[in-house]
Design a protein around this ligand. Sequence first.
Ligand code: ATP
Ligand code: MG
Length: 178
Amino acid sequence: MLVALTGTPGAGKTTVADILSARGYRVESVNELAERFGTVSEEDDSKIVDVEGLAEKLKLPEDEVIILEGHLSHLLNPDVVVVLRCNPILLKERLKSKGWSEEKVLENVEAEIVDTILIEAMEECGDVYEIDTTGLSPEKVADAVEEILTGERDKYKPGRIDWISEVKDRIEELMRRE
Ligand SMILES: Nc1ncnc2c1ncn2[C@@H]1O[C@H](COP(=O)(O)OP(=O)(O)OP(=O)(O)O)[C@@H](O)[C@H]1O
Ligand SMILES: [Mg+2]
């Protein structure tokens, strides 16, 4: 069973994948696989993964749970997708501390607000779950992923997270202070 662990950059995929790996799960990173299979190119200092090329070359055993982590993992024909979500205001701070440009930060924060990865995942796979990681420690997020893997799935069905309303509330609060 191939489980894609995806989400907007900064949502915590690699951190949680490392914990799951330490707990004994087999974890693969999309970026590392792309390097291994030679399906990556470089453009303006950033690496572009050829997702279709990688999907063609990728042959993973089906009788084993494999967690595939990366923001493109939901595009690699997974059986189950887990999308890590993060409040956009917190995500903005995380991405800023990576030293990213304002433009790149904003692009990714906007993608999180409008559910870009969740929507893409739901177009690709019929079994998609989302975890609101805001305020959860990485260990707790890893626990939630394990809950999904062991069948406690209902509370992670998509549709409960609504960043647009939260951002709207925040704007209203700021306006009241003016
Ligand atoms: N649940 C969490 N609580 C607090 N901080 C977290 C949590 N998860 C991740 N972080 C922190 O957020 C930052 C980004 O995490 P991480 O690198 O795992 O994200 P990612 O989704 O793999 O991003 P990318 O797509 O860019 O690889 C790191 O500094 C990490 O320590
Ligand atoms: Mg990562």
